[in-house]
Design a binder for this molecule. Structure first.
Ligand code: C5P
Length: 313
């Protein structure tokens, strides 16, 4: 039977402004996504019967209908009345529930992969429509782009081709915590009227009030500045431009995340940020050598932290 293999890349959010809560309990966002080299591998093997079977090398990952990769295959099967099934083998390297979009990326890879394997001939708009139904972060991975902005739920994507030549290096630090995204957004709802939090102390003082009151216009302007700074390739100009609204929340619920910022800052790295709802924290540097040297130092801080180096991909 036909078999295809794919990389399923992780993402970072270099900017993530939560604008407001929507009536459907989602939140309006403005975000800047970056696709990075850290990747899972997904192998799809066609089956003659209609079974969808998931196998994964990491024990805690569900292999049932709750897995987003399963949901993608099932959605196509039901919607297009497909008579075939598929064996999906996932080799995980992206830490689970870390804020780096591993499950969403896997879902997008299965949509793109089954489009080939089952010969569906789906256009990009159709794939995006299916992706949106699986999750807010899934559409970004349908685009073959390194950087993109995301609006509405984060699902309305604009690829940023002006950044196509930019290659950043990152040190990723992932503490052994499983963070629930809905719980972090609920905490943001409760928290948004408060001005001082643990994590806002990681922002330069002049940024704190301004950022909180931003709104969509401010977010668009901030991302424009960030885009210009990325093109200039000067790490110092990124300082104060990386931003994540949820960084006001996650470190107060999980103090270990705050300790990661402390360790980055202690080594003179101000260009660090939490990705998505966390707990992964990443630093931005402009060379592979610098990334590996910093990675070694951070690993020595806490053996329980997973530390890895990745680049724009
Ligand atoms: O879209 P997805 O299922 O990945 O979202 C997971 C959870 O994150 C949602 O149930 C919601 O609590 C929160 N979320 C949100 N607003 C967004 C995206 C996600 O509130 N734009």
């Amino acid at each position: 039977m036909k078999k295809l293999a794919f990389h399923s890349y992780a993402k970072l959010n270099l900017y993530l402004a939560v604008i407001k809560k929507r009536p459907d309990n989602y939140h309006t966002l403005f975000t800047l996504f970056e696709r990075i080299s850290l990747a899972d591998t997904i192998v799809l093997k066609a089956r003659r019967d209609r079974t969808i079977k998931i196998a994964c090398n990491v024990p805690g990952v569900p292999c049932d209908h709750t897995n987003l990769a399963y949901r993608s295959a099932h959605l196509l099967q039901e919607n297009l009345r497909i008579k075939q099934g598929v064996d999906i083998k996932i080799t995980k390297r992206i830490p689970v529930a870390s804020g780096m979009g591993g499950g969403s990326s896997n879902a997008a890879t299965v949509l793109l992969g089954l489009n080939q394997l089952w010969g569906l001939g789906l256009t990009k708009p159709r794939l995006l429509d299916y992706a949106r139904r699986i999750g807010s972060d899934v559409p970004f991975f349908i685009y073959n782009t390194t950087f993109a902005s995301g609006e509405n739920r984060g699902d309305c994507i604009t690829p940023l081709r002006s950044l196509s030549k930019v290659r950043l290096w990152h040190v990723l630090v992932i503490p052994p915590l499983k963070v629930s995204t809905p719980a972090i957004y609920r905490a943001w709802d409760r928290n948004k009227t408060k001005t001082t939090t643990l994590a806002s102390s990681f922002l330069p003082p002049q940024e704190r009030g301004r950022r909180a009151k931003g709104g969509l216009t401010r977010a668009r302007f901030d991302v424009k500045l960030l885009t210009l700074a990325l093109r200039a390739r000067k790490p110092s100009t990124l300082d104060g431009l990386l931003f994540n609204s949820l960084q006001e929340v996650t470190p107060s619920l999980y103090p270990e995340v705050g300790r990661i910022f402390f360790e980055f800052n202690r080594r003179g790295i101000r260009t660090c940020l939490m990705s998505g709802s966390g707990p992964a924290v990443f630093g931005v540097v402009f060379s592979r050598k610098e990334a590996h040297a910093l990675g070694r130092k951070l690993k020595a801080c806490n053996r329980a932290w997973q530390v890895c180096v990745a680049s724009t991909r």
